[in-house]
Design a binder for this molecule. Structure first.
Ligand code: SF4
Ligand code: SF4
Length: 361
């Protein structure tokens, strides 16, 4: 796989993106009413690459909140399947390390060996990803604890990685597609000292994290404590079942389907739309609901993100972006839930060791 790294002046970067814009939809962070959001941009001038965080990650441009997954029409002979639309080539500009990781997590869900989701694969392949390293930390970010930031380490899943050096960017490339885009620019190649500078930026950001979580025994601790009082108390006193947490989470992938039949009774479409494990209907099956209580639903969300995801996909389902707690109307924080459980475990260990010492005289 081709890899290389160059330096690009900011004066040169914007015109280059404008040229790419002639061929690609450009999607990136913009400022809107005092908040940042990922949106399709009309002009490169609208990009706000020094953004802190967004309510929704760029997931929505690859795995759409609602999309058609099948269509057919009735004909005199029977039924005819209608072709689905094609993905428009697009560039996601300015994706932070946590959100790049979230896309890698979704890749594991939708592009597993033996099962490939047609729509996800189509949009993923049509999407050029240009990541950018964070230069600051939001109060609810804990990507450093989850191993997903602040610098992007895995060598997969992106085309370009930018690091802001003030008047220019270090631009790292991965793959032939990226090479083709950058070659005409005849840029200066990055040197070892540029990479040292990048690591230095990473270290400075790492020191700014206020929120942390120890993941060493996290999976076992969460699984051992499914009856801990924190679940019931938090769910009954605070959780409104509003689903904000799952809607903003960049790794949530659950969807439901609906069938729509045209008024002409000829055209038929099946659509899927994002669903949420925090909805009562989500666990409704023939014979009953297997997560009837709010406690069961909240516990499912946190347990899946911090524990059972690991067995299912080989990584945590949480990339530490902090969005679920930022947008939870009552401020429910899954790291605080996990920490309360950890404290109980520590106290248990202390009591056991004291009892042991007492027995030993
Ligand atoms: S669980 Fe919360 S902090 Fe973790 S990835 Fe999802 S939204 Fe971000
Ligand atoms: S956002 Fe908060 S209140 Fe709403 S369902 Fe999630 S945990 Fe409950």
């Amino acid at each position: 796989m081709y890899t290389d790294a160059f330096l690009i002046e900011k004066d040169q970067f914007s015109p280059w993106l404008e040229v790419l814009h002639q061929e690609f939809r450009l999607i990136g962070p913009i400022e809107e009413n005092g908040f940042y959001t990922f949106a399709e941009i009309q002009s490169v001038r609208d990009l706000a690459l020094n953004y802190d965080t967004t309510m929704l990650g760029p997931r929505k441009f690859i795995y759409h909140p609602e999309e058609k997954i099948c269509a057919f029409r009735k004909t005199p002979e029977g039924f005819e399947i209608e072709p689905l639309g094609k993905a428009a080539p697009q560039i996601l500009v300015g994706v932070h390390s946590c959100d790049l990781h979230a896309i890698l997590v979704l890749d594991k869900v939708f592009l597993k060996k033996g099962f490939q989701d047609r729509n996800y694969r189509m949009w993923r392949e049509a999407t050029v990803i240009m990541g950018i390293h964070c230069t600051g930390v939001c109060p609810n970010c804990f990507c450093a604890s989850m191993g997903t930031g602040p610098l992007f380490e895995p060598k997969e899943g992106y085309d370009f990685l930018l690091t802001d050096f003030g008047d220019r960017y270090l631009i790292e490339l991965l793959g032939e597609r990226a090479e083709k885009f950058i070659l005409p620019l005849k840029l200066q190649r990055a040197t070892e000292s540029d990479f040292k500078k990048k690591q230095e930026i990473g270290r400075k950001v790492e020191n700014q994290f206020k929120k942390k979580i120890d993941t060493t025994h996290l999976v076992d601790i969460i699984l051992r404590n499914q009856n801990h009082p924190v679940w019931k108390r938090t769910a009954e006193e605070l959780c409104l079942g509003c689903t904000n947490c799952t809607m903003v989470c960049p790794t949530c992938f659950c969807y439901n389907q609906k069938d729509e039949i045209g008024f002409d009774l000829i055209h038929y479409e099946r659509k899927r739309y994002w669903d949420s494990c925090q909805e009562l209907h989500f666990a409704q099956v023939h014979g009953g609901n297997f997560r009837f209580t709010r406690m069961a639903r909240l516990r499912q969300f946190v347990t899946h993100k911090l524990a059972t995801w690991v067995e299912q996909f080989g990584c945590f389902g949480c990339i530490g972006c902090g969005r679920c707690m930022t947008w939870c109307p009552t401020g429910i924080d899954l790291t605080e839930i996990a920490k309360e459980i950890m404290v109980t475990e520590q106290n248990k260990t202390i009591r056991m060791s004291e009892a042991q010492q007492f027995e030993n005289g």
